[in-house]
Write a protein that binds this ligand. Structure first.
Ligand SMILES: *Cc1c(COP(=O)(O)O)cnc(C)c1O
Length: 413
């Protein structure tokens, strides 16, 4: 057994469960988290891989590095002049998770899910996904020699389904108007089929995401940012990152915790609405439409944990309208970062919070760039197109025109 004496604990009631529990939530829908023994004495060790340096913090006592696809080690870089002046935040950092093996942060969680599946000697690993998680698990399943089953809703972009297919996964496209309803129905089948259906907010996935906090802690010379903005859907990413910082504090490596910024699309904001209205429970959304298709959980299981943590720790929350998402995707691209719409929400949220005075200009703010723009090509049609049609006959005149008019700088005008 390569698992330490680890337990799962409900994040709300505190009730304890065995680590190998098939279901990822309590019967009441509360999210579970891994309690790793001995965190107070945990140390950062020398080692090449993140999971070696932070081995004391992981539930596994040994891991198979052969399952890794080289996830993580992603750049944390200054956002640059354009985005700094756009948001009014001097120390704005971007954590570029789009450079992971399947171009989203999901790979960090998939690594842990595949470790778990191997540990439990499972032949099949399954997930429910609007795309990125399915794509990621398909790649990691292929790497580990596991059968992968992905349940997708019918609105999943074709790029993501094609990617799952090419990795050899079996895709089950489920007709359902409401994604959360579909998800909860399928999760309800887990026990009946003894199938570990890993969701975006499972306890093992969150262990993968907490490694992101450790990586940023190293990248920031063992300091903690004031704020971290995370586009949120199933809630696994945001709680995983925060758990990482909590554990660093428990281990005495820092005294501070970052404040998280929960970001959602205005058209689907069950968590942000609840936080803004001072409620203790999420406000479910259904029958909505948003171009931010990677953040479409309208009734996320485990969402109450985030709402209640937000109240307890003074987190911020903001929602972003559809036209603002498209504009932010363009802004990020003009600054050199090609992200998908769900990811672009954070930039606008941070700008709004700065305008409201909830973030000040000298705060250190990290924006998580969760997924690549290549993930959903269709939405790019919403951006202004500027292709000049030319031919060998007209190219000289076209070039003349472009160099004279297109590239005017403000000082030429
Ligand atoms: C999954 C995903 C999110 C949301 O993360 P959760 O863990 O589900 O809250 C945000 N952005 C992108 C690109 C994603 O793939």
């Amino acid at each position: 057994m390569n698992v330490k004496s680890v337990k799962l604990q409900s994040t709300l009631s505190g009730q304890e469960f065995p680590f190998d529990l098939i279901e990822e939530f309590t019967a009441e829908g509360e999210s579970l988290e891994v309690v790793v023994p001995g965190i107070t004495g945990a140390k950062i060790q020398p080692g090449r891989f993140l999971w070696e340096r932070f081995a004391d913090f992981l539930p596994f006592s040994s891991v198979d590095s052969g399952v890794s696809l080289g996830e993580g080690n992603t750049p944390l870089i200054q956002a640059g002049k354009l985005l700094t002046s756009h948001t009014g935040i001097e120390n704005l950092l971007l954590k570029n998770e789009t450079v992971n093996p399947t171009w989203s942060f999901k790979d960090r969680g998939s690594l842990c899910c595949v470790w778990m599946a191997k540990e439990m000697k499972e032949k099949v690993t399954a997930t429910i996904s609007t795309g990125n998680m399915g794509h990621s698990l398909s790649a990691y399943g292929a790497r580990a020699g596991l059968n992968v089953l992905v349940f997708v809703p019918s609105f999943t972009p074709v790029e993501k389904i094609l990617a799952m297919n090419v990795h050899g996964a079996t895709v089950l496209k489920v007709g359902a108007l409401d994604y959360s309803l579909m998800k909860n129905t399928i999760l309800g089948l887990a026990k009946e089929f003894s199938l570990r259906i890993v969701s975006g907010n499972g306890p093992i996935r969150a262990e993968g995401y907490k490694l992101t906090a450790f990586e940023m802690f190293e990248q920031m010379n063992r300091t903690v940012p004031d704020f971290i903005a995370v586009p949120t859907s199933a809630c696994g990413h945001i709680r995983g990152i925060f758990k990482g910082y909590r554990e660093l504090r428990e281990a005495g490596l820092t005294e501070r915790l970052p404040k998280m910024i929960v970001v959602q699309a205005a058209n689907n904001s069950p968590i942000v609405s609840a936080i803004k209205q001072g409620k203790n429970h999420i406000i479910p959304f259904s029958n909505f439409k948003t171009i931010a298709e990677a953040i479409t959980s309208g009734n996320p299981a485990g969402g109450d944990e985030i709402v209640q943590k937000a109240h307890r720790h003074g987190w911020l929350a903001e929602d972003v309208a559809e036209d603002e998402i498209i504009e932010s995707q363009r802004m990020l691209a003009r600054a050199g970062f090609f992200v998908e719409p769900a990811t672009a929400t954070s930039l606008r949220a941070v700008k709004k919070l700065r305008e409201q005075g909830k973030i000040s200009s000298n705060h250190t703010v990290v924006i998580m760039l969760t997924g690549s723009g290549l993930k959903d090509m269709d939405v790019l049609r919403a951006q202004p197109q500027s292709v000049v049609e030319s031919s060998l006959k007209t190219i000289q005149a076209d070039l003349h025109k472009i160099l004279r008019s297109h590239f005017k700088t403000p000082s030429d005008a």
